[in-house]
Design a protein. Structure first.
Length: 212
């Protein structure tokens, strides 16, 4: 049994919760809550598990801790010899990693920076340094990212090509974070919204939403 330290409704944790259902490995993992609001993820005992002090963290059976959603998804996807989320061919793997990283740096991560810098974030005990101007700047970057992904999705059904992948999950997580910070994704980005409706219909995303 593997253990995933996460925070129930968190956008980054959602990436792994969705991946777990996509891969059908719910029976192989258990979830342990780390309370971000009390700053439990910045305490020395947690930093021993993940130097960066972020969630989620996967503990595998030999006691190794894996942090970073991309790394965790890679690991879980390769428990089976036929990976489903990270590509099979060299081309697929290259495309998925490029688009996944782009989804992080152009869309999801800037929303996170906006949350931590230009809103109360996790509260004064956790947000020891805030720079609202930087946060607003990152909000605008995220909106440019949304426009970029709308353009991408006008040419293909999924973020990295013809099949669902880890990169789609990362853009779903950006929508999750956008809802938390009340960042409206403009309705005229119709390709992005149409794609998002398809993502919301996937059992893995529905399971995450139903978890409440
Ligand atoms: N690059 C990391 C990854 O991909 O795993 C980012 C992880 C991350 O930022 N996780 C959030 C976190 O720990 C969890 S959540 O906000 O999505 O619930 N944030 C707390 C903090 O203080 O940065």
């Amino acid at each position: 049994m593997m253990t995933i330290c996460d925070f129930n409704r968190g956008p980054y944790p959602a990436r792994i919760r969705i991946a777990v259902v996509e891969l059908g490995i719910q029976e192989k993992v258990r979830f342990v809550e780390v309370d971000l609001r009390t700053g439990a993820h910045k305490k020395p005992e947690f930093l021993e598990k993940n130097y960066s002090g972020t969630l989620p963290v996967l503990e595998i059976e030999d006691g190794t801790f894996l942090a970073e959603c991309t790394a965790i998804t890679e690991y879980l996807d390769h428990l089976d010899p036929s990976p489903q989320l990270t590509g099979a061919t060299a081309r697929e793997r290259g495309m998925i990693h490029m688009m996944n990283k782009r989804a992080e740096i152009e869309f999801l991560d800037p929303i996170s920076v906006y949350f931590h810098h230009a809103t109360p974030g996790l509260g004064p005990d956790v947000e020891v340094y805030q720079n609202a101007e930087w946060g607003e700047h990152m909000r605008d970057k995220a909106l440019r990212g949304a426009r970029y992904f709308d353009k991408v999705l006008s040419t293909r059904p999924y973020v990295a090509g013809q099949s669902f992948s880890m990169a789609d999950i990362t853009v779903v997580a950006a929508f999750v974070f956008a809802a938390i910070v009340k960042l409206e994704i403009p309705t005229h980005l119709c390709h992005l919204h149409e794609w998002h409706e398809r993502m919301l219909a996937r059992p893995s995303v529905q399971a995450w939403r139903d978890m409440g």
